[in-house]
Design a protein around this ligand. Structure first.
Ligand SMILES: Nc1nc2c(ncn2[C@@H]2O[C@H](COP(=O)(O)OP(=O)(O)OP(=O)(O)O)[C@@H](O)[C@H]2O)c(=O)[nH]1
Ligand SMILES: [Mg+2]
Ligand SMILES: [Zn+2]
Length: 329
């Protein structure tokens, strides 16, 4: 590889102290994977899963967790941690993006096979929240598994109610797991089902994503914290996504919780695609552009009124479509 003598890559923005790497000290390029990113630097795992803090060349698209990259490490010195530079971003097989509070959109994780969406009773299980996630995930073409955590906090009656509410989703084909990350129940079954795939743990702050990571990787220091007693919400303990290796070929990503899942950037067709049963039935509607709000000869409205599809799902779909149109008016 070409070595450019005397050039330095600096990062002043994210480190108070000036940090630089002497390009002439860089070794041959190798492949690695982004474990975590901090501004213009990222932690890269090499083929043996050793971690090297690397600068990101300015010319590159910003890599995200899960990206495969070509990087060069610096020749070993006696002092300090190993450092390197990311030279190239390799092709992604998937990219999950999420809306930011200021109507932006940012890529979050690359190359996962599916999203494990965690829900928890203390935060109030909301079908609307779940449906929004399902739409957003569908827009990324990623399958979703539904993981209901903190089962230990429910009594028998509450468990029955939740199981009943989850039936709709099982019938739609979503894998559903019931676990307690804290006690460990149901976790083995979930891990066995993962079967060498890679996944992102998603869900509101406080649902227990990092607690599940802690259970799976007791050797890692993972920060978790109590949910707020006043709001019942999480306190956004995890601030940076991080990848953990499950097997040689698969990994799991812990991510910061989202409080509100905006869908402003999705058009009505994408929202409809997120509701699989509505999407299928829409082919039988009289009007090709039927929005299933109050149009005549609408196969979706008919199916909801005769019990073929869940009215709650239709209502959530209608809410999202109407909300979307308001936002973009
Ligand atoms: N009772 C019970 N508590 C749990 C369980 N899983 C997590 N918790 C608790 O829920 C709180 C929040 O857990 P975290 O793992 O920090 O939640 P998180 O989803 O990572 O939250 P953010 O990082 O803020 O997005 C902690 O006090 C955990 O101990 C569970 O299965 N049962
Ligand atoms: Mg967390
Ligand atoms: Zn229709």
């Amino acid at each position: 590889m070409a070595r450019r003598q005397g050039k330095h890559i600096t990062d002043k923005q994210h480190n108070k102290q000036k940090v630089s790497i002497d390009e002439s000290s860089l070794l041959a390029p190798e492949e690695g994977m982004v474990i975590s990113r901090f501004g213009q630097q990222a932690d890269i795992a090499d083929q043996d899963f050793n971690i090297i803090r690397c600068f990101i060349r300015k010319s590159l698209d910003i890599p995200v967790v899960g990206d495969r990259v070509i990087f060069c490490r610096q020749a070993k010195t006696d002092q300090g941690e190993e450092k390197g530079v990311i030279n190239e971003l390799l092709e992604r097989k998937s990219l999950l993006k999420r809306p930011t509070p200021h109507y932006g959109i940012k890529p979050v994780v690359a190359n996962v096979d599916f999203i494990a969406l965690l829900l928890a009773p203390a935060l109030g299980f909301s079908e609307m929240m779940l449906d929004r996630y399902l739409v957003a995930a569908r827009a990324s073409d990623l399958p979703v598994w539904i993981i209901f955590n903190k089962w230990d906090l429910l009594d028998d009656t509450e468990r029955q109610v939740i199981e009943q509410r989850l039936v709709i989703y099982k019938e739609l084909g979503y894998p559903v797991f019931i676990i307690s990350a804290k006690k460990g129940t149901g976790v083995d079954e979930f891990v066995t089902a993962i079967n060498n795939k890679s996944l992102l743990l998603a869900g509101q702050s406080g649902v227990g994503k990092s607690t599940l990571i802690k259970r799976l990787f007791p050797e890692h220091q993972v920060a978790t914290s109590e949910i707020s007693e006043t709001s019942g919400l999480g306190t956004h303990t995890t601030t940076t996504s991080r990848l953990y290796r499950l097997t040689k070929d698969s990994y799991i990503v812990d991510s910061p919780g989202v409080r509100e899942f905006g869908l402003w950037h999705l058009d009505s067709a994408t929202i409809q695609n997120g509701f699989v049963e509505i999407s299928e039935l829409s082919e039988q509607c009289k009007f090709r552009d039927c929005k299933h709000l109050n149009e005549p000869k609408c196969a979706v409205l008919a199916a909801a009124s005769n019990g073929e599809i869940a009215v709650s799902r239709l209502q959530n779909y209608q809410y999202l479509i109407q909300n979307f149109e308001q936002v973009n008016a």
